[in-house]
Design a protein around this ligand. Structure first.
Ligand SMILES: NC(=O)C1=CN([C@@H]2O[C@H](COP(=O)(O)OP(=O)(O)OC[C@H]3O[C@@H](n4cnc5c(N)ncnc54)[C@H](OP(=O)(O)O)[C@@H]3O)[C@@H](O)[C@H]2O)C=CC1
Ligand SMILES: O=C1O[C@H](COP(=O)(O)O)[C@@H](O)[C@H](O)[C@H]1O
Length: 474
């Protein structure tokens, strides 16, 4: 099915479950403000924040304003704050299958204002363990029919809980109503990856094990978890980042060419290659925990939650057999970046091989952070009389391209939900395989290896990348 993503959506009531949470403040609410600024919301809309405690609409507006001040690229004073805030409502009292709290009344009011046929969009910005219960509640209170429902990640926390959740979701909703978000798929540079590969013979013809020595997906963060320690301690880096964002990006890199760029073909290509991911063995994974993590409030003194993970993933497809996909992420690390590196093999014959060449000298890098960027490193002759080789990088910022002003991923994806475009959302068949690949690691509750805050993680994670090694910051 193709969707016109420039079409203007009709009147919409957007219910944000978890509206008091970290995700809402950091990403969802600022994205709504940007959508208003970009004139990408329907003419008529309401956003109803939902939470377990009571709050007046004005208190909610104050909280939203504070969140935009703290996290938004666009400050309330510099944007359409009055128009935006007049559309905000709050429904307290929680939402369970037995008790809808204030939500039904608030939706009825909004429909009274916008029309009874206003589109309902529910956004579950909640801890993943609660998705099943909130889905049942949507069904029990008659809020599922005709609606669209956005699920944050992770969709499930193991193969078993994924299957249970999938069953509940499909009891209550048609698959076409479901939008499982993974915002790394919505990043501009993730989409640029496809364009660069399929629109340029130079790269498309080199996208395989004959030309690539390793693929690295490297997302270290300096960020702490102190302000969301309760959520984080129940989640950990494997669920929070590895089996979600990093696996989906790995699938984008590793997929065989889809028949078309239509949503079904791209999703099928991603799912086909995830089926080729070899289940991660313990020796291919390093779990780490930064020193001091267990001293945080809301973290158990004997917590075995990992704040760092590095994995060597093998993709057993004809295209990638034998090429390590090195995935790494963690909190309180030496620096923050979000890079996908294709490290090209050294020339196999000719006058310059192996020891003559700088290590990791020929790399194609997609920088997924911010507006996104591409970079390419090459071995070149350094100026002078003798043939000395050095490595040089060239950078192409994506916001510098003609017409460039990339939408941040949450802005882009929320707009896709409003217009019904599911191309950049995950599907259950691919996720079933993700949980199978991760099963052994998810079952590993041994004490993670310690690492110093501000470092690159445990030493054994550096060795995991041998012999290619991690591409260094450039
Ligand atoms: N934070 C981030 O940067 C990102 C988060 N995500 C995903 O977004 C989702 C929400 O994450 P985040 O906002 O960080 O989490 P929070 O811990 O901040 O929780 C969000 C909100 O959920 C509400 N809630 C409702 N029911 C429960 C319950 N039974 N137990 C605990 N809280 C409940 C709480 O609101 P109240 O008390 O008002 O009911 C809480 O404020 C997760 O699935 C996460 O993976 C994805 C990308 C980035
Ligand atoms: O989903 C998540 O992503 C963020 C990092 O993504 P960003 O693109 O918004 O920087 C990560 O910090 C968080 O722990 C995780 O839940």
């Amino acid at each position: 099915m193709s969707v016109d993503s420039t079409a203007s959506p009709g009147p919409t009531v957007f219910v944000l479950f978890g509206a008091t949470g970290d995700l809402a403040k950091r990403l969802v609410l600022p994205s709504f403000f940007r959508l208003v600024e970009e004139k990408l919301l329907p003419d008529e809309w309401r956003l109803i924040g939902s939470g377990r405690r009571s709050k007046t609409d004005d208190e909610f507006r104050d909280d939203v304003r504070a969140a935009l001040e703290q996290f938004g690229d666009l400050r309330p004073a510099d944007g359409p704050w009055d128009e935006f805030s007049s559309r905000l409502r709050f429904a307290g009292g929680g939402f369970t299958p037995d008790d809808a709290g204030e939500l039904l009344d608030r939706i009825a009011e909004a429909r009274g204002d916008l029309g009874q046929d206003a589109q309902l969009v529910h956004y579950l910005g909640l801890p993943p363990q609660t998705f099943g219960e909130y889905t049942r509640a949507l069904g029990a209170h008659g809020l599922a029919e005709g609606s669209r429902v956005v699920y944050e990640k992770p969709f499930g926390t193991s193969l078993e809980t994924f299957r249970e959740l999938d069953e509940v979701v499909h009891d209550v909703l048609e698959e076409s109503q479901v939008f499982r978000i993974d915002h790394f798929l919505g990043k501009e540079a993730t989409q640029e990856l496809r364009a660069l590969r399929f629109a340029n013979g130079l790269f498309g013809s080199s996208w395989d094990r004959h030309h690539v020595a390793a693929v690295e997906i490297d997302v270290p963060e300096t960020l702490d978890v102190a302000d969301r320690a309760e959520f984080y301690d129940a989640t950990g880096a494997v669920l929070d980042m590895l089996v979600t964002h990093l696996f989906q990006v790995a699938a984008e890199v590793a997929m065989d060419p889809p028949a078309t760029f239509g949503p079904d073909d791209v999703a099928a290509a991603r799912n086909d290659v995830i089926r080729c991911f070899r289940p991660l063995a313990r020796e291919d994974v390093v779990r780490g925990q930064f020193d001091g993590y267990r001293d945080l409030d809301h973290v158990a003194d004997d917590s075995t939650t990992e704040t760092f993970v590095a994995a060597r993933l093998w993709v057993d497809s004809d295209r990638w057999r034998g090429v390590p996909f090195l995935l790494r992420t963690g909190k309180r690390m030496a620096e923050s970046h979000q890079k996908v590196n294709l490290v090209f093999r050294d020339p196999q014959d000719g006058p310059l091989t192996g020891d003559d060449l700088p290590a990791r000298g020929n790399v194609l890098c997609f920088d997924l952070a911010g507006d996104g960027a591409l970079a390419l490193s090459m071995n070149v002759k350094t100026p002078g009389a003798s043939l000395e080789l050095g490595t040089t990088w060239t950078q192409i910022p994506l916001d510098g391209l003609s017409g460039g002003d990339p939408l941040p991923p949450y802005v882009r994806l929320i707009h896709d939900v409003l217009v019904g475009d599911r191309a950049l959302f995950t599907r259950p068949d691919g996720l079933e395989d993700v949980w199978k690949v991760a099963a052994e690691v998810l079952d590993d509750h041994r004490q993670p290896e310690p690492y110093a805050p501000g470092s690159w993680g445990p030493e054994s994670a550096v060795r995991l990348a041998d012999p290619v090694g991690w591409v260094l910051p450039h």
